[in-house]
Design a protein around this ligand. Structure first.
Ligand code: FAD
Length: 455
């Protein structure tokens, strides 16, 4: 973007994507103002929102590196090597995510991450305005109106370009939708979640293996637990909205305890405040948001959850939102005109958002019902062997999504081809002994091209 074009940016939302985008744009010397509906979390304390902690993977880390924010974030992150699966019979098994400790994910606190990014944005020169909730946009006069929810005061500012990082319930998206048909479709999953806590042990240490993402898969529902640096775990119970069990039948603390005693027995002693946590914490809804269009000419563009909220089962919503920030900053750098930059951003990112949304939905099924299934475990065993035998051709889909940065759409397509191959090679078998390796080698070469090294 040439310096003589008036490219002042007005970012809506100082959440994860908004604060990172502000940093990237301010570092390029552009004027950046960020408006956030909540108070400054550094003064008022972090007001929460969605999950308490999140899994940070390579795509997100790469984006943080480009904002020089990775070191501050990793300092307090907890490494997770794999899934610790808690089977119904009380046994546990660690399923590694990657080949070794170079392929791990990180559990980070949403509040700490958001504060680190707000600090980074301010240091880079962005101006942050808290307690400013976007209320209305006038696309003809190029003005926006904000409300301070503490006293109802209203303020108005003019803008050149609005960048919408105001999350799944985006007010900017609603304003854009009133102006042009964005083709919005919201698909609820029919399942919701509730958070509970595993406190530290009496000696102050973690109560269960800290370097893992714990999963209790139970078919149509599940629990997971991610570690926090203060030696606690945040447990998330995912249940259908209706059914047995479902949030319509498990409605209070006593019913939650009965469910845990029946289905998550080894977790019961770990969650001493089960009833209180269950009754105090709200159930969060899960849904996928699809839009045909993310921008209005050179005036406004959406990114992150505002453009493509997804279900959380691949742990990629934030990672994808961070990738959006890097991509949008690069398109703004490259193009001489805002509408071209927004169009190029949407053309690059929309197919990839659709791909990770699809993979996130598929992963729910995998986490809650396949990680303890014999066919799945046999296919996974072969997958690991093929990944070693063909490191540049056969890369497990989870690895492509989590530890590499190749486009999500490529990961989805190659993952489909690989899955078919694993199913074909293991059909009717219960062990890998006696596999026809000549056939498998020929099929791998025929079906999968060599991946570029930078991927
Ligand atoms: C249970 C759960 C677990 C998850 N786990 C993971 C995970 O492990 N890994 C991962 O990568 N992702 C995960 N995600 C997804 C991740 O939380 C989101 O993708 C991410 O928060 C998106 O960032 P964002 O900045 O686009 O939106 P948000 O983080 O929602 O930020 C939006 C910001 O805009 C502000 N805002 C809203 N409305 C207005 C307004 N009108 N005016 C001004 N400001 C406004 C909000 O206050 C907020 O600060 C999870 C999500 C859930 C629900």
């Amino acid at each position: 973007m040439s310096a003589d074009i008036d490219c002042r940016f007005t970012i809506i939302g100082a959440g994860l994507a908004g604060a990172l985008l502000a940093t990237l744009l301010a570092k390029r010397g552009w004027q950046v103002d960020v408006y956030e509906k909540r108070g400054d979390p550094r003064i008022a304390g972090y007001a929460g929102g969605r999950s308490i902690n999140l899994a940070l993977a390579e795509r997100g880390l790469h984006a943080l590196r480009s904002a020089d924010a990775d070191a501050a974030v990793l300092q307090r992150a907890v490494m997770m090597r794999g899934r610790m699966v808690h089977f119904a019979d009380g046994t546990q098994r660690l399923q590694r995510y990657g080949k070794d400790d170079s392929e791990v994910i990180w559990s980070v606190s949403r509040g700490e991450l958001n504060i680190a990014l707000i600090d980074a944005a301010e240091s880079a020169g962005a101006r942050l305005h808290f307690d400013r909730r976007l209320e209305a946009v006038d696309f003809d006069a190029l003005t926006v109106r904000f409300i301070d929810d503490r006293d109802g005061a209203s303020s108005q500012v003019d803008f050149v370009a609005l960048l919408g990082a105001d999350g799944a319930g985006s007010a900017l998206r609603a304003a854009m939708g009133a102006r042009a048909d964005l083709g919005e479709r919201f698909e609820p999953l029919g399942h919701s979640y509730k958070e509970l806590e595993i406190p530290p042990a009496a000696d102050g240490s973690f109560r269960i293996e800290p370097n893992a993402l714990h999963i209790w898969p139970r078919g149509n529902y599940m629990c997971i637990a991610l570690p926090n640096d203060e030696k606690t775990f945040t447990v998330t119970l995912f249940l259908p909205n209706e059914g047995d069990p479902g949030f319509d039948t498990v409605r209070n603390g006593a019913q939650a305890r009965a469910l845990f005693e029946r289905d998550f027995a080894d977790a019961v002693p770990l969650v001493p405040c089960l009833e209180d946590d269950f009754e105090r914490n709200p159930a969060g809804l899960l849904a996928t948001l699809y839009l045909d269009r993310w921008h209005i000419n050179g005036c406004a563009v959406l990114l992150g959850d505002a453009a493509h909220a997804m279900v959380p089962f691949h742990g990629q919503g934030m990672n994808c939102a961070f990738e959006d920030c890097v991509a949008l900053a690069a398109h703004l750098d490259r193009e001489g005109d805002l509408s071209l930059a927004f169009a190029a951003f949407e053309a690059e990112r929309r197919p990839n958002a659709l791909a990770i949304q699809a993979m996130a939905l598929e992963n729910y099924l995998e986490m809650r019902s396949r990680v303890d299934d014999a066919d799945y475990l046999l296919q996974r065993e072969l997958e690991l062997q093929l990944a070693q035998r063909y490191p540049r051709r056969f890369v497990p889909r989870y690895t492509m999504v989590t530890f590499r940065r190749l486009p999500y759409a490529v990961a989805l397509e190659r993952g489909r081809v690989q899955r078919e191959l694993l199913v074909d090679a293991t059909r009717g078998r219960d062990t890998l002994d006696g596999l026809d390796w000549d056939w498998i080698d020929a099929e791998v070469r025929k079906r999968l091209t060599v991946l570029e090294t930078e991927h």
